[in-house]
Ligand binder design. Structure first.
Ligand code: HEM
Length: 103
């Protein structure tokens, strides 16, 4: 059965305590899972993400909304789980590039 609300508490707040065989899990969210339930679509998904990035960078002009904005710091407690994600956002403006024949 698909448990769509498995990451929520009864009162619908974000769940932060997970247990396996009675032991509390310290790292309950991992990018692709681990062990026998590890994501089998990982390679496919990573390829799709790379294709998306390639298309974004080749078809769009990008600029920072605030030119003085700094890259947000990373959360070091998640070192070892693949790419560490930033603790915050960096807002970017994007516009479709004009093709040669439109200029
Ligand atoms: C960005 C994309 C994706 C992310 C972040 C992701 C993440 C995950 C995670 C965290 C799990 C483990 C869940 C658990 O431990 O309960 C999982 C399992 C799984 N994923 Fe993905 N996934 C992605 C894309 C895909 C794709 C594209 C497919 C199929 C084409 C796929 C198929 C599966 C399957 C079948 C499992 C269950 C494996 C098992 O329990 O034996 N996933 N995924």
């Amino acid at each position: 059965m698909f448990k769509y609300d498995r990451f929520l508490n009864e009162d619908k707040t974000v769940k932060k305590e997970f247990y396996k065989d009675g032991t509390r899990l310290e790292y309950y969210t991992m990018p692709w899972g681990a062990g026998k339930n590890i994501c089998i679509g990982k390679e496919f998904a990573v390829t799709a993400i790379k294709q998306f990035l390639f298309l974004l960078l080749t078809h769009f002009d990008l600029e920072l909304c605030n030119p003085d904005a700094k890259i947000p710091p990373v959360n070091p407690s998640r070192f070892g789980f693949g790419m560490v994600h930033p603790d915050g956002d960096l807002r970017v403006r994007f516009r479709l590039k004009r093709t040669q024949h439109e200029m």
